[in-house]
Design a protein around this ligand. Structure first.
Ligand SMILES: NC(=O)c1ccc[n+]([C@@H]2O[C@H](COP(=O)([O-])OP(=O)(O)OC[C@H]3O[C@@H](n4cnc5c(N)ncnc54)[C@H](OP(=O)(O)O)[C@@H]3O)[C@@H](O)[C@H]2O)c1
Length: 325
């Protein structure tokens, strides 16, 4: 095994807890430094989490020559600018989802990574989980016949005030926060959509509190996706083919994995799936790519497909039209 990749973390974001737990399980990952806009907060955070170095600005962390790669868990609108700055500082980047809702920014980010010879990837951790790979494999191998329909939902009671997700200036919104997983699932299983329609309800803070959409794919495959804030937790993924249906118990968090295939005879068959941290797997995949193994699972094509679809969905919802991609 090659030496562990030394990571820096840009901010004291809440999601770090899961990522740091995944990192702690892996011999291929070493979290060397954390930065915060506030030096005292960074120091206290580093002490609490056992991180060696802390910095009172993101720029200072990027200037640390020992940091090889950075994890960017900033508010959505800051993903792209800080990715560009990290790449310019010579760091590989794992950027939280969604990288951006603007395809031009995705293209610019990946072009910068290519020119610098650095790895950039969008952190859709659910894609690394064995449960997700099992579902994709079942569909690919014809376990439910020809794919006809994907139904995907993700909602949760996001706090109304003060959360980055309710801020339009930070690119908040339910589609950006959780609906993007449903889009990711539809695209993983059915390819790139050819047209979309969508309805959204904009909440008091000016972002979509609820968005429901229909995506149409080649060969007549359809996906219904929806996302919402300020409602109970819902995580749902159902994949329907001509000879069977796949139901996934915990499709996005993947902490309680379970895949069931039901055939035309109505008999349900459980598919065994290993329980493992998706965050560990995405960090390890990045670390391997940084050490020279070709290609990460989620590269430019996937991030571009995500942004193009999200952009089309917002346009469809805002203008009340079907949008062709
Ligand atoms: N993959 C997953 O499982 C998953 C789960 C949750 C969230 N996420 C993604 O991770 C990102 C962060 O989400 P989170 O829930 O962890 O957010 P959060 O707790 O609000 O953290 C965001 C951090 O960004 C920094 N920041 C910089 N500028 C800011 C500004 N203008 N306003 C607020 N914070 C600012 C702050 O750190 P400092 O004050 O320390 O600088 C803050 O702690 C989002 O893109 C989200 O979509 C991914």
């Amino acid at each position: 095994m090659s030496r562990p990749v030394r990571w820096g973390v840009l901010s004291t974001a809440l999601i770090n807890d899961k990522v740091l737990a995944g990192a702690a399980q892996s011999p291929e990952v070493e979290v060397l430094a954390v930065a915060s806009r506030d030096g005292e907060r960074a120091r206290a955070y580093a002490d609490a989490k056992g991180i060696e170095r802390s910095y009172g600005s993101y720029e200072a962390l990027l200037a640390d020559p020992d940091v090889e790669a950075v994890y960017i868990p900033l508010p959505n609108s800051l993903h792209h600018p800080w990715t560009l700055r990290a790449l310019a500082a010579g760091k590989h980047v794992l950027c939280e989802k969604p990288y951006s809702r603007r395809p031009a920014e995705v293209a610019e980010g990946f072009a910068a990574a290519r020119e610098a010879g650095l790895v950039l990837s969008e952190a859709f951790m659910w894609r690394y989980n064995p449960q997700t790979r099992a579902v994709a494999g079942l569909v690919r191998d014809g376990a439910i016949g020809d794919l006809r329909l994907v139904v995907a939902s993700f909602s949760w009671p996001c706090p109304v005030d003060g959360d980055i997700r309710t801020r339009p200036d930070l690119d908040g919104g339910s589609l950006m926060d959780v609906g993007c997983y449903c889009v990711s699932a539809a695209r993983l299983l059915a390819g790139e959509p050819v047209s979309v329609t969508a309805q959204s309800t904009v909440g008091p803070h000016g972002v979509d509190a609820h968005l429901a959409a229909t995506l149409r794919f080649a060969d007549g495959v359809v996906a219904h996706v929806d996302s919402a804030f300020h409602v109970p937790d819902r995580s749902h993924l159902e994949v329907v083919g001509t000879t069977g249906t796949i139901r996934v118990r915990d499709p996005w968090h993947c902490v309680d994995p379970g895949v069931t295939v039901t055939g035309l005879d109505g008999v349900a068959r459980d598919v065994p799936v290993e329980t493992v941290s998706s965050y560990r797997l995405e960090l390890e995949e990045m670390s391997k790519a940084i050490r020279g193994e070709p290609n990460v699972l989620l590269g430019e094509a996937d991030a571009l497909g995500q942004a193009r679809t999200i952009e089309a969905l917002y346009r469809a919802a805002d203008e009340g039209v079907a949008v062709t991609l």
